[in-house]
Design a protein around this ligand. Structure first.
Ligand SMILES: [Ca+2]
Ligand SMILES: [Ca+2]
Ligand SMILES: [Ca+2]
Length: 311
């Protein structure tokens, strides 16, 4: 019987952290599955609960091995952490579990769990999307209540944690199967064109834009009626699944997320044309906000020598 042990960062076991048994040793069977390699990219803090600063940490287990703990790290709303730098390795296995916790040492009730994700290599194709919500069997395997199971193990994934209710964090990671030579490079280019402020939250906002967890523009001061063209142009390589967010910087360390555009690029997307997105928010922040972003997406050109051309 395999036991998951979740240890605290000092190596101890605390009451809130679970020691669980696999109910069924069959859950560890590996036939019919590909090896999958996971490279964690970014942990992004979207919404801290009450605290200005949180201390998230990750628990990662490969094929039912004891969980290793990474972190905690101090994070505020709007922060991104480069996990590839912090962890410095990839994880390889048939079933990789990543759980997110938030440390609350003084609160008696113990640390908070923000859900997790199982990444499972699978030989069966599951239709066009390659991303599949769980079957009963998957549910049984995913006994940490992790609800997302990825069966087509290559590409970039973005997972909201927890996966239901308020998003507190986003986890960005790359996967590849053992049949792939390398992790997939981004195959689209995003161009940010301009931002118009129709209604500022404050007298003057200090807005910035993040794409897939990275700040790519700003902060820039904007008031109601302001219009800014991105100059120089902002061109970024992106994946088919991409997150574009508009944030507003606040001195108290709790930046406001004005909105997110989750792009799902496929055959039905109109490439090259100008698109627009309204970011607005008036709940959960004081003062409403309304901004319009103009952007353009094109398929990334192939270059004979280096693969994909620069965006
Ligand atoms: Ca905390
Ligand atoms: Ca502000
Ligand atoms: Ca603000």
């Amino acid at each position: 019987m395999v036991i998951f042990r979740v240890s605290g960062r000092d190596g101890s076991f605390s009451a809130h952290q679970e020691v669980r048994d696999y109910p069924d040793p069959d859950m560890r069977r590996t036939e019919g599955r590909h090896m999958v390699e996971v490279k964690l990219r970014i942990l992004e803090c979207i919404d801290t609960k009450g605290e200005r600063e949180e201390e998230p940490y990750l628990c990662i287990s490969v094929d039912g091995s004891d969980l290793a703990t990474w972190g905690p790290w101090d994070m505020r709303q709007g922060d991104s952490l480069n996990l590839n730098d912090k962890i410095g390795r990839t994880f390889e296995g048939h079933d990789i579990f990543i759980g997110l916790f938030e440390e609350d040492p003084g609160r008696g009730g113990g640390d908070e769990r923000y859900d997790g994700v199982h990444i499972v290599g699978h030989e069966h194709s599951v239709g066009e999307s390659g991303f599949h919500r769980v079957t009963e069997e998957d549910e049984r395997m995913a006994h940490f209540d992790a609800r997302a199971v990825i069966l087509q193990p290559h590409g970039r994934y973005i997972v909201d944690l927890p996966q239901h209710g308020t998003t507190r964090y986003k986890l960005y990671f790359d996967t590849r199967s053992d049949t792939m030579a390398d992790f997939l490079p981004p195959s689209y280019c995003l161009e940010l064109v301009s931002l118009r402020c129709r209604d500022a939250q404050q007298y003057a906002d200090h807005v910035y834009i993040k794409v897939n967890g990275e700040r790519v523009w700003g902060p820039h001061r904007m008031r109601t009626g302001s219009y800014l063209r991105m100059d120089p142009a902002v061109n970024i390589p992106i994946y088919a699944d991409t997150s574009i967010q508009l944030w507003e910087e606040d001195e108290d360390g709790r930046d406001d997320l004005f909105g997110e555009l989750r792009l799902q690029l496929g055959d039905d997307f109109v490439y090259r044309g100008l698109s627009h997105q309204t970011f607005s928010r008036d709940r959960g922040i004081s003062g409403s906000a309304n901004y319009i972003l103009l952007y353009r997406v094109r398929e990334r050109l192939l270059d004979d020598t280096t693969g994909f051309a620069r965006c």
